[in-house]
Every structure is written in structure tokens, then in C-alpha cells.
Design a protein around this ligand. Structure first.
Ligand code: ATP
Ligand code: MG
Length: 229
């Protein structure tokens, strides 16, 4: 038997119940997807399809479905960069990252180190409201990698940035992954971004969702650039 996938998704059904003015909506039925360890999987698909729903299910944030999500190893550390960075406005940048680490000096030192890795060490004491969106996205990356995740879920982490900023963040993500490999599920609307980053690109369509295409990404991602000296 082949080695088990890092993530094995089998959603028998996922339905959002009817609400006033909107009927019940079955987002997934008989949806299966296996993700190999160390893969960088990009998920493409139109707005409102169910991509965030899928990440929420994999993250364990949404247990209201029938089916299973299995992991190998069974209890992975999962980091989730949400569609909005979701920084706590009343906490400093450093505290937003330290939040996911053990309390105390070593956690704060690790948080500071991660902020330096994402090149915003000087913003540690700042509050999120004064950060640009690109800087907020860097904090979200720092918070995700501070966990040293086995599995990294990213929901359109580089959307709404100018192209130069998005490119810098993609390069940064590749460098971080080169140092700390993880199995990645990355949602994007941008097929160029998907091809550039991913080892595997899946296009989703329909309601309930099905896999429209499943193809290898570009060779760029199989040989990540080395960290700059
Ligand atoms: N909590 C909820 N209650 C009811 N319906 C919901 C809920 N969350 C999402 N939906 C519906 O389920 C469908 C899938 O939503 P989801 O957020 O997963 O889409 P998405 O693919 O991430 O879209 P986008 O690309 O715009 O972020 C949508 O039609 C949405 O309206
Ligand atoms: Mg979404």
C-alpha cells in the first residue's frame, strides 16, 4: 500500500442550513482529496464556492459536516492564515505573534525572531492599526510559522496587495518553507500565483464542489530559492 497522505479529506456532505431569505446550501457531497506530505497544494475556484469552508473543515474549526479528515501523523500542528489577517488590535505586533507560543520570555524571544525573519522586526512594538496590509500579512506569516506547523492552511494570504508586494511575500513564503517544510493548502484566485508557488494546482467548480482539474505546478516550487545571505 502506498504511504499515507499527510491529509486525507473525505466529506460525505457539508450543508449550510437554510436561513431567512436563503435556502439550505449543500457545498460538498462525496468530496475526496488526498494531499501528500510536503506538497504545496494551490486551490483555485470562483468566489462563494466553498474554499474557505474546506480550510475550516481541515483546520477543525467547522465540525458540522459528515465525513472525515485524517492526518498522518494523526495529531499534526496546524497553522491557519485566515482570509483576513485577524490581528488583535489591542495587542502589539509582538504580542500577536507571541499569542501562539508558550507564555514567557522564550516565547517572546521566538516571536521577535520570527518577526525578523519576515523582515518587520522593527515593528514589534507597533499596534496593528498602523500597519499596511502587506505588513499585516507579514505578521500573519510570522504567527503561522512561529507554530512550526506540520500543516499550513492559507486563505488568499496575498490578495489585495500590489504586484511587487505580493511577489516579495511569495518569495518570503518560499524561503520560510525551504527552512521549515510543511504540507500546504493555499487558496488563491490568481492562477499565476498558484502555478508559481504550488507543486500541485487544483481547480474547483460547481455546487456541490468537484475537482475540475488537478495538475502539477511549476518547477519553481520544487527547488525553492535559498535564503538570502
Ligand atoms: N456560516 C455560513 N452560513 C451559511 N452559509 C455560508 C456560511 N459560510 C459560507 N456560506 C456559504 O457557503 C458558500 C461557500 O462559502 P465559502 O466562504 O467557503 O466560499 P469561498 O470559496 O471561500 O469564497 P471566496 O472566494 O469569496 O472567499 C457560499 O455560498 C457562502 O455564502
Ligand atoms: Mg473564502
Amino acid at each position: 500500500m502506498a504511504a499515507m497522505s499527510a491529509i486525507s479529506i473525505d466529506i460525505t456532505t457539508k450543508t449550510y442550513p437554510a436561513q431567512p431569505g436563503s435556502p439550505a446550501r449543500e457545498v460538498f457531497r462525496g468530496f475526496r482529496l488526498d494531499v501528500a506530505r510536503g506538497a504545496f497544494l494551490a486551490l483555485l475556484g470562483p468566489s462563494g464556492l466553498g474554499k474557505t469552508t474546506l480550510l475550516n473543515i481541515v483546520a477543525g474549526l467547522d465540525a458540522d459536516y459528515r465525513g472525515s479528515v485524517r492526518f498522518d501523523p494523526p495529531q499534526p500542528r496546524i497553522a491557519y492564515a485566515f482570509q483576513n489577517p485577524r490581528l488583535l488590535p489591542w495587542r502589539s505586533v509582538l504580542d500577536n505573534v507571541a499569542l501562539v507560543l508558550p507564555a514567557g520570555a522564550s516565547g517572546r524571544a521566538a516571536a521577535q525572531h520570527m518577526l525578523e525573519e519576515v523582515e518587520i522586526g522593527e515593528l514589534a512594538g507597533a499596534f496593528p492599526e498602523r500597519l499596511s496590509l502587506g505588513q499585516q500579512r507579514r505578521v500573519a506569516l510570522a504567527r503561522a510559522f512561529a507554530l512550526e506547523p506540520d500543516i499550513l492552511l492559507m486563505d488568499e494570504p496575498f490578495t489585495s496587495l500590489d504586484e511587487a508586494t505580493a511577489r516579495r511575500l511569495r518569495d518570503l513564503l518560499r524561503r520560510l518553507l525551504a527552512r521549515r517544510p510543511a504540507t500546504v493548502m493555499f487558496v488563491t484566485h490568481d492562477s499565476r500565483e498558484a502555478a508559481e508557488l504550488a507543486s500541485r494546482v487544483i481547480r474547483l467548480e460547481g455546487a456541490p464542489v468537484r475537482i475540475a482539474s488537478d495538475e502539477p505546478g511549476s518547477p519553481l516550487s520544487s527547488s525553492p530559492p535559498q535564503a538570502q545571505a
